[in-house]
Design a protein around this ligand. Structure first.
Ligand SMILES: Nc1ncnc2c1ncn2[C@@H]1O[C@H](COP(=O)(O)OP(=O)(O)OP(=O)(O)O)[C@@H](O)[C@H]1O
Ligand SMILES: Nc1ncnc2c1ncn2[C@@H]1O[C@H](COP(=O)(O)OP(=O)(O)OP(=O)(O)O)[C@@H](O)[C@H]1O
Ligand SMILES: [Mg+2]
Ligand SMILES: [Mg+2]
Lengths: 226, 226
């Protein structure tokens, strides 16, 4: 479902040139939950951003379903992004909107038959935060903000979810509930998930674990020695 | 060294009233490293903010060394804060300053005999980021930004370090190095550390572990059953 081939991303600014990803090839089957692990700075966020068309690869190609993600125009990238759920490592909630309005933001471009606010409240309940629906993000703890970001990423019932360290600010019980939720959506809807994580307990619950080091894919549980 | 007695903090905004801390009493001896654990939303950040005079308790008292933290005027709070190292859960790096200038910011009010930039570079090296000294924070990965925030908190050689989930965005090897650094500063300088963490492996390396739940202190390894 997700096919990355020979993907590289080099950040050049002034005199420094950082190789964030180096010739990464990865195929993820539809409806699987894949953990991307690796040291700080190894390229996890960069990989997710490229697959989500938040950024463009310098070389290589990325295919998601029928879409050639790496070949899209700016406008096509924006259209594609609306179909993908993205949980950012830094959350990026809108400070002036209430929690429930933040969750509903991805629904705004659509005329829908259902009640947007009701669906947003449903998702907030799924992440344990329905009682904070009217709060501003600044009034929430770090882990609560992270969960709002997760609810927002799921509101469009995306077929692909890219989650950048979605449990990094959560205690293990809450983190377990969140992973339960993602696995349940894989089972019921066939949602494909790529999640970057530093938590080995989270990685252990995924269908597959791939590892990055200095921008290179260095291990893959699919091909691990038995 | 840190004495909190009957500390409560209630957030009231409009119709909602959230009890973030409820009658918390805690004594931390000088030169010890204490982990504060607990579910998302249990009050860890609030406790650290109160001890660091970033916020004022609604009741109870907080003493740090000779200072009655809970009784300070606004100006005295600002003076006191300069003596404490604080690693924020959301980092709060200044986007327009380079990494090394960010680390050196707490030194700005002081005329010093030493080279501020050299000391900042030393700390960056201690967290593995000396080669990114001139980068802007936005050009760093999440875990790299977190480490810059840690270096900044240590630049004034504080006697008290308040670290809010300092390894939340780090892989376990890098996280281990950071905790090594904090324990080394405890040993060499007698630095007192209170760190909020969701990572049981981090908590296990601390001298003591206390747990919060719904704003109340519910366990303390110092008084744990044997
Ligand atoms: N400014 C505020 N206004 C209203 N409620 C607040 C405010 N700041 C924090 N809270 C609430 O107080 C409670 C404790 O928050 P705190 O940030 O201390 O939790 P925490 O233990 O650090 O959580 P996490 O592990 O998710 O970071 C939470 O329910 C939070 O939503
Ligand atoms: N805009 C940028 N300009 C320059 N370098 C960048 C930029 N964005 C990321 N990098 C660098 O690319 C490398 C990979 O970054 P990335 O954010 O993908 O790492 P990561 O694996 O997500 O790390 P972490 O676990 O710390 O979040 C890092 O060395 C980072 O500093
Ligand atoms: Mg990252
Ligand atoms: Mg917190």
């Amino acid at each position: 479902y997700v096919r990355a081939a020979g993907v590289s991303r080099l950040y050049v600014s002034g005199e420094e040139s950082i190789t964030a990803l180096d010739d990464v090839s990865l195929e993820v089957s539809s409806g699987s939950v894949v953990a991307v692990t690796g040291p700080s700075g190894s390229g996890k966020s960069t990989l997710l951003h490229l697959i989500g068309a938040m950024d463009r690869a310098d070389s290589g190609s990325i295919q998601v379903g029928e879409t050639d993600v790496s070949g899209l125009t700016r406008k096509q990238q924006a259209d594609y992004r609306r179909t993908v759920g993205f949980v950012f490592q830094r959350f990026h909630l809108l400070p002036a909107l209430s929690v429930v309005d933040n969750v509903a933001v991805p629904l705004l471009p659509y005329r829908t038959a259902f009640d947007k606010r009701a669906r947003a409240l449903e998702l907030l309940a799924a992440v344990g935060l329905e009682d904070r629906a009217r709060s501003l993000p600044s009034r929430l703890s770090g882990g609560q903000q992270q969960r709002v970001a997760i609810a927002r990423a799921l509101i469009n019932a995306p077929t692909l979810l890219l989650a950048d360290e979605p449990t990094g600010n959560l205690d293990s019980d809450t983190g377990t509930q969140i992973i339960d939720l993602l696995l349940e959506l894989r089972d019921s809807r066939g949602m494909t998930v790529l999640l970057a994580t530093h938590d080995p307990q989270v990685a252990a619950r995924c269908d597959r674990v791939v590892g990055l080091e200095d921008g290179r894919l260095t291990n893959d549980s699919l091909y691990a020695a038995r």
